[in-house]
Design a protein around this ligand. Structure first.
Ligand code: ADP
Ligand code: ASP
Ligand code: MG
Length: 451
């Protein structure tokens, strides 16, 4: 079997959805599973509905609902006809009516909890996959639609739910037996809680989580391959929206791709790699707009040495504790980490000296309490508006000239902290946020000169 995941822009219009089904048709002999995101822009609109409801602005929420309705109804009308069009319109309208009921209910309460928001945003993936399903029927394909909320079982950590892999794999395997010349369609991003005594409650895997869904389905089905279809030619040497002259990386390892994703390369969600590694499934990243063009294969091995790619992550806060009590003391780091642990705040990068420890965090919701607790151990400095630049490549640190070239290319940029990964595939440093894009461009230009 093969799992084909399509992102928002890939299913953003009737024409795009047809291209998606063309691609799926090529794979019909292999019993493909289509995992789809919401149509482009729809998740953002649903998130905005939540925000408007919280602000008590029901009329703005209704405007968003109207826009969502219009896009889906017009898409249906533009590529469906006859009975299938009628059925599809009834189907789409019934989901929209349920969405409207939810909006009205939450509007009365002026409430949009993480739990309600997950149900709200799930409509995006439900609607897009219903349209794909009806269009596949229109094209006389043998197709079935599956509801990921029945299959992907999670805890109740709404908006970033943790998947119960064992239960989920078993559900997917049972529900999707291999069928030649048949297309399964299911949603990325969404799942539901498994609480036998309660009705299931919708959850999501975090923004961009459809990539993760695709490898979960792939691992459950022992797929030959997972293909992530997006709007660029695979994983590139840097973000093509920000850097000129980027190139497609033909092959990259699971570890390298995971580092890149974790440190800001939006092209794949950070959790995507894990289920694939587990079952050694290759993950291909391809461009829906250029289906036979260059693409990336993520797998256990990749040839080459040196710098493979550069990513950047904004909204980082650097926390530094300075204390002479650290001198030749042991147990100090443990105490510091306990503070972050007690406040359930993950630390991304770390650097220590004899008298200070610097750490980066992304989630600053508990920062005031963290600072208070850390002050027991020393002087605490906080630098907001920072960013991480992450360089990834095989044996990065084994290449003597490389590091000097990197830092030479960005001389003048204020580097606040440097950290190498526990493995030798990652070199990261912290710069002021306003300098991050330019820093990445400079390093990229040094290693991948234009022309
Ligand atoms: P989808 O909707 O298909 O999931 P996303 O917008 O989530 O697509 O991810 C694709 C985007 O990721 C690209 O348009 C690109 O701007 C961005 N991106 C960031 N870093 C990279 C990179 N190294 N290689 C390719 N794309 C990248
Ligand atoms: N539709 C969701 C989002 O926009 C999930 C995804 O596209 O991966 O975040
Ligand atoms: Mg994405």
């Amino acid at each position: 079997m093969v799992v084909l995941k399509f992102g928002g822009t890939s299913v953003g219009s009737a024409e795009r959805m047809d291209s998606v089904l063309d691609i799926c048709t090529e794979f019909l002999p292999e019993s493909p599973v289509l995992i789809s995101s919401a149509m482009s822009g729809i998740t953002n609109r649903l998130v905005a509905i939540g925000d408007h409801l919280e602000d008590g602005d029901s009329s703005k929420a209704m405007e968003e609902w109207e826009a969502i309705r219009l896009l889906h109804v017009e898409t249906a009308e533009s590529f469906l006809e006859g009975d299938i069009l009628q059925e599809a319109l009834e189907d789409i309208e019934s989901h929209l009516k349920r969405l409207l009921g939810l909006i009205k209910g939450l509007g009365l309460l002026q409430e949009a909890s993480p739990r309600s928001r997950d149900t709200l945003v799930s409509f995006g993936e439900i609607l897009s996959t219903r349209l794909l399903y009806h269009r596949a029927r229109m094209r006389s394909m043998d197709v079935s639609w599956k509801d990921s909320r029945d299959l992907v079982k999670t805890d109740d950590n709404f908006q970033a739910a943790k998947v119960d892999m064992e239960q989920t794999f078993s559900n997917i395997k049972t529900s999707m037996p291999e069928k030649t010349n048949h297309l399964y369609i299911a949603q990325g991003f969404i799942g539901s809680t498994e609480r036998p005594e309660h009705p299931q409650v919708t959850t999501t895997l975090g923004r961009g989580g459809s990539d993760y869904s695709s490898t979960i389905y792939g691992a459950a089905l022992h797929a030959r391959e997972v293909q992530i279809w997006t709007d660029v030619n695979g994983i590139m040497t840097s973000d093509p929206r920000k850097v000129d002259g980027v190139q497609t990386i033909e092959k990259i390892t699971y570890d390298e791709a995971a580092e890149l994703a974790f440190f800001g390369a939006k092209v794949v969600h950070p959790s995507t790699i894990q289920p694939a590694v587990h079952k050694s499934i290759p993950v291909l990243v391809k461009n829906t707009m250029d289906p036979h063009g260059p693409y990336t294969t993520i797998g256990p091995d990749a040839p080459g040495e040196g710098l493979r790619a550069i990513s950047g992550k904004k909204n980082i806060t650097l926390v530094t504790i300075t204390s002479s009590r650290m001198l030749e003391a042991y147990g100090f780091l443990k105490k510091i980490f306990e503070v972050f642990e007690n406040h359930t705040t993950p630390v991304d990068l770390l650097a220590t000296s004899e008298v200070s420890v610097s750490m980066t965090i992304e989630d600053t919701s508990k920062l005031p309490s963290i600072i208070q607790d850390l002050q027991v151990y020393g002087e605490v400095g906080v630098e907001k508006d920072s960013a991480i630049v992450c360089l990834v490549g095989p044996r990065l640190w084994k290449n003597p000239g490389l590091i000097s070239r990197v830092f030479h290319s960005i001389s003048g940029v204020e580097i606040r902290m440097i950290s190498m990964g526990a493995s030798d595939i990652n070199l990261s440093f912290v710069v002021p946020e306003e300098d991050v894009d330019e820093t990445i461009r400079k390093v990229h230009g040094e290693f991948y000169p234009a022309g």
